[in-house]
Design a protein. Structure first.
Length: 226
């Protein structure tokens, strides 16, 4: 496989409430394929999903009517390192396998110069080395908090707990090659994304090789919030 035919792999990340899903949809609307790790997990947890049976064997209380109940599963694993490791040992390889097939398909088609990996915990799981560049979605903290507290069942205490497990936004912005602002109008955010795509077009991509030809010790499957 020759490098010069490979698409550039852009890692898209951002803390809770920063608008990453909105930005992912903007990329898709502009014709850039996006692999969403959390969506992959949702599909695997649904009825008939690949993860339902193995999770049911390890966490029987978390499976309800043939699907994984994410809130129940979260209660079982949060704060329990052994349980979390067990869950990761089930879910991560499945996500990794799906992502690898997705990448291989797009590389074989050769139609896109940029592919986006939507990775919620990119820095938290040391996945930055598995992409060619990182774009972090960011907004002022007041905007972030306002957005998240509007979600059903969300409390300030739960939000603080989630944010405490994530790399701070300022650190993500410092480490990323690109910052996409969502603390503005949707039209302005779209312009930021369009400008980013223009700047990346024509750039050489190499990171996809690390996914299609992984080293045995490589663990690049930690991509989702579970």
């Amino acid at each position: 496989m020759a490098d010069h035919h490979l698409p550039l792999l852009l890692g898209l990340t951002g803390s809770i409430g920063m608008g990453k899903s909105t930005v992912s949809n903007i990329f898709r609307g502009l014709g850039v394929p996006v692999f969403d790790a959390d969506q992959a997990v949702h599909a695997m947890y649904s009825q008939g999903g690949q993860a339902v049976e193995p999770i049911g064997a390890s966490f029987p209380e978390a499976v309800v009517e043939g699907a994984v109940d994410r809130p129940k599963l979260s209660k079982l694993v949060l704060g329990n390192k052994d349980a979390m490791k067990l869950l990761e040992s089930i879910a991560h390889p499945l996500v990794y396998s799906q992502r690898r097939r997705w990448l291989q398909q797009h590389v074989d088609e050769g139609r896109h110069s940029i592919l986006v990996l939507d990775i919620p915990l990119l820095y938290e799981t040391d996945a930055a080395g598995n992409v060619d560049a990182v774009a972090v979605v960011s907004a002022p903290e007041a905007v972030q908090v306002e957005r998240v507290l509007k979600r059903p069942g969300m409390t300030e205490e739960r939000l603080r707990s989630i944010m405490g497990r994530q790399v701070p936004d300022a650190e993500k912005r410092r480490r990323a090659q690109f910052v996409i602002d969502t603390g503005c109008s949707l039209e302005e955010t779209q312009e930021h994304v369009l400008s980013l795509i223009g700047g990346l077009s024509g750039r050489q991509g190499h990171a996809v090789l690390r996914h299609l030809n992984p080293q045995p010790e490589q663990d690049s499957s930690k991509t989702s919030k579970m």
